[in-house]
Ligand binder design. Structure first.
Ligand SMILES: Cc1cc2nc3c(=O)[nH]c(=O)nc-3n(C[C@H](O)[C@H](O)[C@H](O)COP(=O)(O)OP(=O)(O)OC[C@H]3O[C@@H](n4cnc5c(N)ncnc54)[C@H](O)[C@@H]3O)c2cc1C
Length: 454
């Protein structure tokens, strides 16, 4: 049973908010407490669906007054389930979907409840985009605050590299703007430090002209996995900034395991055709789906592989080098996966990500070459142990090939040492200083937490 707040207490919050206040007795409660990862089963005392900055402030003050643990929800995609909390208040910004594009100055102001699909739909009207996640249902808020990797990153940097300013409500109820010129220390921390320093109500991003991209997967039989991996490693090494290459071992809808080389070339399509010609000449693909498409289409191309509500357990690390031994381990573990659902994904960094000076933002480890995501995904509770154990053993076996670092947004609930690993020593120390300044009482702790007394 969740903690139950008396009805008059909930009514007091209802009278403060324009948005919906949902308690455990309300019919909306079951759906409202669910997040993308079906493994997360938390029961908040109250969920405050905020319609604007005033609602967010009122919900925060209510949470503090009633000594409730506080969770902040954007798109609800966090695999560790940090958007919800047992017996506390969920400050749910998902109804806040205002967005205004300024095409002349190539700037967009976007409220924190938008998903990337909703965001891209508006910016693409003007032929503009900024780096967002690889699928459309992820929230802009959590993704940007953790760094934000995606199709455009090698050309235009991470999502957080395109952030120009953010409006933030701090733990003591101040409403601040963070930018290079206003509260620049906070601005530094928001670009990678997650939700540790306050609740962001809106983001302002730089936009770039993005028309049709040349994108999609080329699929190969699983039996060609080692050759395809080796090809990918060499091909990715010489890729221009316009090209983002993702490698995955996964199952196709017809049940056969396969290799996917998923490309996004965001420069002129005719140039992309030349750049990608060696891929078209490699091996014997099952299917070549590489084609010109809109940016919105490539953003949605993966959505069906990650449906809402399936159970997810992810383990991740940055990869030092895709050596033959690392490739061998990945193929071996995928062959032994407990079902066809799990996948392993390799994302390529470099390009514009690596050119931003390391100390310019809180995001850690810009020098990483690749990251690895081991995604165990299942639906039946009885399969949980097998999937979680498989992902853990797979990750352990990859450690000799990994750096000690990891992307913070791909962490499960793995403890403080892994949060430190996401930032590295000097970034972490600076983040702790910022936490002491902006949230000394650790009000915002339901995240990949940076404790003020760490
Ligand atoms: C299927 C899938 C695909 C993904 N693909 C990518 C990808 O391509 N690139 C990538 O970089 N990441 C990706 N991720 C990881 C993703 O970036 C994180 O899960 C991120 O936390 C999601 O943001 P959200 O707003 O949806 O999350 P939520 O679960 O709502 O929140 C996540 C965290 O951010 C905090 N937070 C949310 N909103 C705010 C706010 N307004 N102010 C302050 N703190 C806030 C929350 O408190 C929580 O700690 C993916 C995740 C999934 C499940």
């Amino acid at each position: 049973m969740p903690r139950v707040l008396d009805e008059p207490v909930l009514d007091a919050l209802r009278s403060e908010l324009r948005g919906l206040v949902i308690g455990p007795a309300d019919p909306e409660y079951e759906a409202a407490r669910r997040v993308h990862n079906g493994m997360i089963d938390k029961r908040p005392a109250v969920i405050a669906r905020c319609s604007g900055v005033a609602d967010v402030l009122a919900a925060l003050q209510f949470g503090l007054a009633h000594d409730l643990p506080i969770a902040v929800r954007g798109g609800g995609h966090n695999v560790a389930g940090k958007a919800v909390v047992d017996d506390g208040i969920v400050i749910d910004l998902s109804p806040m979907k205002g967005i205004r594009v300024d095409p002349t100055n190539r700037i967009v102001r976007a409220q924190a409840g938008l998903t990337w699909g909703e965001f891209d739909r508006e910016t693409q009207v003007f032929g503009l985009a900024t780096t967002g996640g690889a699928i459309s249902t992820t929230g802009i808020a959590g993704l940007t605050l953790g760094g934000g990797i995606g199709w455009l990153q090698r050309k235009h940097g991470l999502a957080c590299d395109n952030l120009l300013s953010a409006d933030v409500i701090t733990a003591d109820g101040r409403i601040l703007t963070a930018s290079e010129t206003e509260n620049p220390d906070l601005f530094w921390g928001l670009r990678g430090g997650g939700g540790n320093f306050g609740i962001v109500t809106s983001f302002e991003y730089r936009l770039h002209p993005v028309g049709q991209v040349l994108g999609g997967p080329v699929l190969y039989p699983f039996s060609a996995a080692k050759e395809a991996f080796t090809f990918y490693r060499d091909f990715a090494e010489s890729a221009p900034d316009e090209l983002f290459c993702e490698f995955a071992l996964a199952a196709l809808p017809d049940g056969q395991r396969a290799v996917s080389l998923f490309m996004c070339y965001c420069g002129p399509v005719e140039v992309g055709e030349k750049v990608l010609a060696p891929l078209r000449e490699f091996g014997n693909p099952i299917e070549d789906m590489l084609a010109p498409m809109t940016y919105c289409e490539i953003q949605q191309a993966f959505d069906a592989d990650f449906p809402f509500g399936l159970k997810n357990y992810w383990k991740s690390s940055n990869i030092a080098e895709l050596s033959d031994a690392a490739i061998g381990t990945m193929v071996e573990f995928m062959e032994a996966a407990p079902s066809l659902r799990p996948m392993v994904i390799i994302d390529q960094f470099g390009g514009a990500v690596a050119r931003v000076p390391d100390d310019a933002t809180a995001f850690g480890h810009r020098d990483a070459a690749f990251d690895l995501v081991i995604a165990a995904i299942w639906s039946d509770d009885a399969e949980q142990e097998a999937h979680v154990n498989w992902a853990k053993s797979f990750w352990e076996a990859m450690q000799p090939h990994s750096t000690e670092s990891v992307y913070v947004n791909y962490l499960s609930d793995e403890g403080e040492a892994r949060v430190q690993a996401a930032y590295g020593g000097s970034h972490f120390a600076r983040l702790v200083e910022l936490k002491r300044k902006y949230d000394p009482g650790n009000v915002f702790r339901n995240n990949q937490n940076i404790r003020p007394d760490a």
